[in-house]
Structure formats: C-alpha cells, structure tokens
Design a protein around this ligand. Structure first.
Ligand SMILES: *[C@@H]1O[C@H](CO)[C@@H](O)[C@H](O)[C@H]1NC(C)=O
Ligand SMILES: *[C@@H]1O[C@H](CO)[C@@H](O)[C@H](O)[C@H]1NC(C)=O
Length: 263
C-alpha cells in the first residue's frame, strides 16, 4: 500500500519520478481488519475500486469521490476478503441500494468527502466480518498520534493494485502542514496525516478506507498531492458524526413498506 490517492480535478495523480516501490506498507494479517470493505464501482465501460468500512451490519462508510460520478451504474461491497482476486469462503458480496453522498460534497474542492452506503441486506457478523465503531463528535486525534490505514490500492505508483489487503502506519500531523499544501484545508472537517520520511502513504485504490486510531475509525482516505508522498488529507469523521447518525436513522424509515423511498 502506498502513495497518493485519489484524483480530483485539482490534484491529478502523476507517476512519481523517484524509485519504483514504496517500502512502508505490509500485508495485513488475513482477516485482522474484519471491518474492511472492498468497493467494486461499475460504470458503463469500466470497473474501479475503492476501500470502505462497515459501521453497522447494513452500512458502509467511504469517500464521496469514489461514487460521485454520474455514470456509475452499480456499487457492490465485498466484506470478509483478504485476497480479492480469489473466491474466499469468508467473503460476503452485497449490493449497495442507496448512496448518501454528503450534500455539501463538491467534486471541485473535495470538501466533505464522505458517503454512507446502504447495503441491500445486513452482513452476517462473524469472525471475518465485523463493524467498527467510529469517532464521536467530541473525540479527536492529536498531532503525533499513530494510526493505521489499510486498503487494496496500488503498492507503487503504477498498476496493478494489490490483491491482498495491505496496511501502513501513519502519523497525525499538525494542521499547518496541510495548510501549506492544500489551499482548501479545513481543520474542523479534515485530518492531516502522513509519514515525514515520505516512504509510506495510501495510494490510488485506497480511497475511502479508514484511518484507525486506537481501534476506532477517525478518518477516511481522501486526497494526496501529485508527485509527493506527504502529507495526505483525510476526512475527519467526528465532524460528520451527527450527519452519519441522521442518515443511519433514515434507513429504518425507508424500510417501512409503502414509505416513499422504500424499494
Ligand atoms: C468510467 O470510469 C472511467 C474510470 O474509472 C472513466 O475514465 C470513464 O470516463 C467512465 N465512463 C463513464 C461513461 O462515466
Ligand atoms: C455494530 O453494529 C451494531 C448494530 O448497530 C451495534 O449495536 C454495535 O455497537 C456495533 N459495534 C461496533 C463495534 O461499533
């Protein structure tokens, strides 16, 4: 797992000019992160991938930029996976029936990069598939805290992405570091993260995955900068906690037969 992430209009990822392969990431112990979700995102011509994480048996959090494109026809979540190229018996494949993209998400500046995905049915909770708790409104990480990020993104700047789940440890950085690099950095809704030695970083395909600090999801992989390993910008989950709970409550309402949005 590596380097930069995403692609927004503002920060297009270009091949890194340095050495080939990032050294910081390692393969996760299989099924040691049972909250991890692999997102398969299909449009008319292509399938792309992102990360996500289970916060309730019927709900996955991810990054809005992963599923924002109008052309997307189907999003599927795979839970309980380690090697995504295999059909592992532990895997549960569940369709997404609704995407709650944050109403103030903007593809232009990447603010409010969060989406709540409603699953077609509840995941079966077991040894391989478990939801993770996420930061409450008053729970914050501090500069210097060590957290981990995991994903099936690229392990270098070049394809292919990883078949097995990779993980990397990263440090929470002071807001002013991200303010130097990202014009629109907002400390209240974003977390500045990275490895000062520029050896470890999320990479394309890791977007949407969780930043886990002290066993809680605090951030969502959102953005990096072209040609750099440092810093990266994560969505700050605590800021969005009230919104997440409001949307989770609305799941139940939609499930009442005959309600306008029930399927
Ligand atoms: C499908 O996705 C690819 C990248 O994932 C993109 O380049 C292409 O424009 C998309 N096509 C449509 C019809 O949205
Ligand atoms: C998992 O989801 C259930 C159902 O919403 C909830 O009761 C439980 O607290 C969650 N577990 C964690 C670790 O968040």
């Amino acid at each position: 797992m590596l380097l930069l992430l995403l692609l927004t209009n503002a920060f297009v990822l270009l091949p890194w000019a340095g050495a080939g392969r990032i050294t910081g990431g390692r393969e996760a112990v299989a099924h040691s992160r049972p909250y991890m979700a692999f997102l398969k995102i299909k449009n008319a011509t292509k399938t792309s991938r992102c990360g996500g994480f289970l916060i309730r048996p019927d709900a996955v959090l991810s990054a809005a930029h992963c599923v924002y494109n109008k052309g997307i026809v189907k999003v599927t979540v795979i839970l309980g996976a380690h090697n995504i190229s295999r059909k592992e018996p532990s895997q549960q494949k569940i369709s997404v029936v609704k995407r709650f993209i944050h109403p103030e998400y903007s593809g232009k500046d990447g603010k409010n990069d969060i989406v709540l995905l409603k699953l077609k049915k509840k995941a079966k909770i077991n040894e391989y598939v478990q939801n993770i708790s996420f930061a409450k409104e008053n729970e914050h990480v501090r500069a210097g805290d060590l957290c981990t990020v995991s994903g099936w993104g690229r392990t270098s700047l070049y394809p292919p992405p990883s078949d097995v789940l990779m993980e990397v440890e990263l440090k929470v950085q002071k807001a002013k570091i991200c303010q130097q690099f990202f014009r629109n950095y907002q400390p209240q809704s974003m977390i500045c993260v990275g490895d000062e030695n520029r050896k470890k970083s999320p990479q394309r395909g890791d977007s949407g995955g969780p930043l886990v600090c002290n066993k809680k999801a605090h951030g969502i992989v959102s953005r990096g900068i072209k040609l750099r390993f440092f810093p990266e910008l994560f969505t700050r989950i605590s800021h969005f906690e009230p919104w997440i709970h409001e949307k989770l409550r609305s799941f139940a309402i939609q499930d009442i037969p005959g309600s306008p949005s029930s399927k």
